[in-house]
Design a protein around this ligand. Structure first.
Ligand SMILES: [Zn+2]
Length: 343
């Protein structure tokens, strides 16, 4: 790949749509919060943390174990503040100017953490992130797909309360606490919760079409009225669905490294990202859980461009989509266009 395209990817202002806050913690912060909060971790160095994560993120089952270990160091307001500030600093290093962070309130509540502490930490962290690093953050409340409809509706109402303090812009449907996506897939069960979310002015997004096939994407489209889809790549297996996604203009926020890591595709070249783009589906690229997957957004974009021989315009389109189809960062597209005129 020519160095010009590598530089373009690194330097251009970028947005990110699909990234989990808990999955973005650096090993350094993981260790320091563990020590501060007296949490015993199964590693005691940055190398050890990376090795532990690398060895245990090969399947969704062991991934959940890593997720629990990592979350155990996040105990109070200050920790969430620090997590958000670090999240912005890491983004700024590769010129990410806007990030939509998915936060799993339920999993922290389940551990006994007061959600008001989390909200206060996110609010103050976000302010510092913007002041210090110029990175604009908003949040997506992650709804556990394994909960019943009443819990789900209550969750949406509680998220509405938090919006007084933080820009919580969307409800995102994602992996359940109980484990695998396919074990607890209940889009019809959450139809009413998502209708309520729309009524309250939330955007809606949903993880689907990764572990499960195209039928999971159809089910989400039919029940949850999503403004976009997280992953959705297995939608590529059904031509009628590809055409429908293109017709609706629904963004797929794809995370190729995650898909490769869990064995969905053997490598980037086998990933359907280019096929989807060619069929007129809107796609942006994200890192999902960068700390677990040991990747960064520039790396993801570079690997996609390299594996599929993307043109400069195609790379720019992926980045443009991260703003154009964002929930609260459409105005940041101007930064990209301005930068492109000068470069
Ligand atoms: Zn995700």
């Amino acid at each position: 790949m020519d160095t010009e395209l590598t530089r373009l990817i690194q330097d251009m202002p970028k947005g990110e749509n699909h990234v989990h806050l808990e999955g973005s913690i650096s090993p350094e912060l993981l260790l320091s919060l563990g020590e501060k909060n007296g949490v015993t971790l199964p590693f005691d160095s940055v190398e050890g943390a990376n090795r532990y994560i690398r060895e245990n993120t090969r399947s969704l089952d062991t991934f959940i174990n890593v997720f629990n270990v990592v979350n155990s160091v996040m105990c109070g307001q200050e920790d969430f503040h620090q997590l958000v500030v670090d999240f912005a600093r890491e983004g700024a290093r590769e010129n990410i100017v806007y990030r939509e962070a998915i936060i799993n309130f339920a999993v922290h509540e389940h551990r006994g953490i007061d959600p008001r502490e989390i909200v206060r930490g996110l609010a103050s962290g976000r302010r510092e992130a913007l002041e210090k690093y110029g990175v604009d953050l908003c949040f997506i409340g992650e709804l556990d797909r394994s909960v019943d409809r009443y819990w789900a509706e209550d969750f949406v109402r509680r998220m509405d309360q938090y919006r007084k303090e933080i820009p919580l812009v969307a409800i995102g449907w994602a992996l359940g606490l109980k484990g695998k996506e396919e074990d607890n897939f209940r889009a019809p069960e959450h139809r009413e919760a998502f209708r309520l979310a729309g009524e309250l002015g939330f955007y809606r997004t949903a993880h689907c079409g990764e572990v499960q096939g195209p039928e999971s994407v159809w089910e989400v489209l039919e029940n949850l009225e999503p403004d976009r889809i997280d992953h959705g790549v297995r939608g590529s297996e059904d031509p009628a669905l590809v055409a429908e996604l293109a017709r609706r203009g629904t963004l797929l926020a794809v995370c190729p490294s995650t898909n490769v890591l869990i064995g969905l595709y053997p490598d980037f070249a086998s990933h359907p990202v280019k096929y989807l783009m060619d069929q007129g589906v809107r796609v942006s690229v994200s890192t999902d859980d960068p700390a677990y997957i040991l990747t960064g957004l520039s790396h993801e974009l570079t690997q996609v461009a390299l594996a599929h021989d993307l043109s400069r315009e195609e790379v720019i389109e992926l980045v443009r989509n991260s703003f154009r189809h964002s929930f609260a960062g459409k105005h940041h597209q101007e930064k990209l266009e301005h930068w492109l005129k000068q470069n």
